[in-house]
Design a protein around this ligand. Structure first.
Ligand SMILES: Cc1ncc(COP(=O)(O)O)c(C=O)c1O
Length: 440
């Protein structure tokens, strides 16, 4: 082990030592060329050669308070020497109890119970299973889900089933359960979307168990944004028909959208919420599915067959819970909200500033998320070569980004320094000018 680590930390020797790992979402041709990151602080990462990178996407949207935040790191260190892990059935521990109590206070009114899992996909799996199990326990079985076209809810089979069918799901499509897909209520499609929901729900035997959605921003689908009002209407329609609503806030939660949760922009509230990513400030893996009393009460029974038979080995890991408590401490600080407000304002101003650029189709923002749709001819999908080119271009400039097809986006840690954010904006402008010269 020591030998591997010393190899990884010795500039020039890394390459030969790195041929055993299969990386996620990676064409496995050139993995040895990846920078090997050895440390992180704030919004910056440093590789084994000493090169620094601004983490402009918070390492897959997780790292809300910056890398190795002293408070989060300290809470993790204290917890891991006191209690590393304990089975979470028949036993409990204070970090889980405290986290659940504190999180309920932040969640929209009505959310009452916290169910722990491991990541965003498992938080979604739990939500889907909870919904189906709710109807089963009420002796009115329902198995169908409504979801948005262009949505992404994770890589496990249930999560894939309610996600947009495309390049990510293609090999598995025959194994996925059918969901009813409707357009997301983006500008110009609001009415169509609402009418479609009405017609699906009006079928007497619609058998719809639940409607799952990414509130206000469809992340992996290309940072597609829509307004709260049509979503309010969709949730109202579902509520009137008793259909369960599931807000997947895995990406939008914990300040990303400019509010604590994206559903805080809504009047209507969901029955179930899925959380992960920013939950621990990006320091530990953890997923949470919360639900209201309506859902939970369907599991309160003398009949053991009505138990929710779901759990993972690392459910409510105390170290991850402590990281999440520390991250909530950070969310309670005014300074964090000031930073979120500053990034929100700057993102919106930058989107306006570059919206007339010849290289782009659209620039939009919601909270700390800024997305720029770049003109790349008729090649716009996830496998668009533009992405790899952009990743390399920004990497050279010391910026970590990872476009979704032709959608260049940033969602930095809230602690990013002004000069670093300015450097990111400036680099995007230079990149777009360069892109215009190459393609225009
Ligand atoms: C909205 C949403 N749901 C679920 C997931 C899956 O989360 P994870 O990658 O932690 O499994 C993601 C991941 O990007 C996401 O954006």
């Amino acid at each position: 082990m020591k030998k591997i680590f010393s190899g990884l930390n010795t500039p020039g020797k890394e390459r030969g030592k790195r041929n055993r790992v299969w990386y996620p979402y990676t064409r496995m041709k050139d993995p040895a060329l990846f920078p090997c990151i050895s440390s992180g602080s704030g919004a910056r990462l440093t590789d084994t050669r000493g090169k620094e990178y601004i983490d402009a996407i918070s390492s897959w949207w997780t790292n809300t308070h910056g890398h190795c935040h002293p408070h989060i790191s300290e809470m993790i260190a204290k917890q891991v020497t006191r209690l590393d892990h304990v089975i979470f059935a028949g036993y409990t521990h204070m970090p889980a109890e405290i986290l659940a109590e504190r999180l309920i206070k932040k969640l929209p009114a009505g959310q009452e119970k916290i169910f722990f899992s491991d990541d965003g996909s498992t938080a979604v799996e739990v939500a889907l299973k909870m919904a189906v199990n709710y109807w089963y326990n009420r002796n009115k079985p329902r198995w169908k889900f409504i979801a948005f076209l262009g949505g992404y809810h994770g890589d496990t089979f249930g999560a894939m089933s309610v996600s947009h069918r495309g390049i990510f799901t293609r090999p598995f499509n025959p194994l996925l359960f059918n969901a009813v897909f409707i357009d997301a209520p983006v500008k110009g499609k609001e009415e169509r979307c609402i009418n479609r929901m009405k017609s699906i729900l009006s079928g007497k035997s619609s058998g719809i168990a639940a409607f799952i959605f990414e509130p206000l921003v469809q992340g992996a689908g290309g940072m597609v944004m829509y307004e709260p009002e049509p979503l309010n209407e969709l949730l109202r329609l579902c509520r009137n028909k008793g259909v369960i609503t599931i807000a997947d806030e895995v990406m939008t939660g914990f300040g990303r959208s400019g509010k604590f949760f994206a559903v805080d922009y809504l009047r209507e509230k969901p029955d179930i919420m899925c959380l992960s990513k920013g939950l621990t400030g990006g320091a530990m893996a953890m997923g949470i599915t919360s639900c209201n009393g309506k859902i939970f009460n369907a599991f309160l029974s003398d009949d053991p067959a009505k138990t929710f038979f779901h759990g993972h080995s690392y459910t409510a890991n105390p170290v991850a819970c402590s990281a999440a408590i520390a991250s909530l401490d950070m969310m309670d600080r005014q300074r964090t909200w000031k930073k979120i407000a500053i990034i929100t304002k700057k993102n919106a101003a930058f989107a306006v500033k570059i919206s007339g650029h010849k290289s782009i189709k659209d620039a939009r923002s919601r909270g700390t998320i800024l997305a720029i749709e770049v003109r790349t001819g008729n090649k716009t999908g996830y496998l668009n070569p533009f992405r790899d080119y952009a990743i390399r271009w920004f990497r050279k400039k010391g910026i970590l980004i990872r476009p979704l097809g032709n959608v260049l986006y940033i969602m930095p840690p809230f602690c990013i320094e002004s000069k670093d954010l300015q450097h990111v904006y400036g680099s995007i402008e230079r990149f777009l000018d360069n892109h215009e010269r190459l393609t225009g």
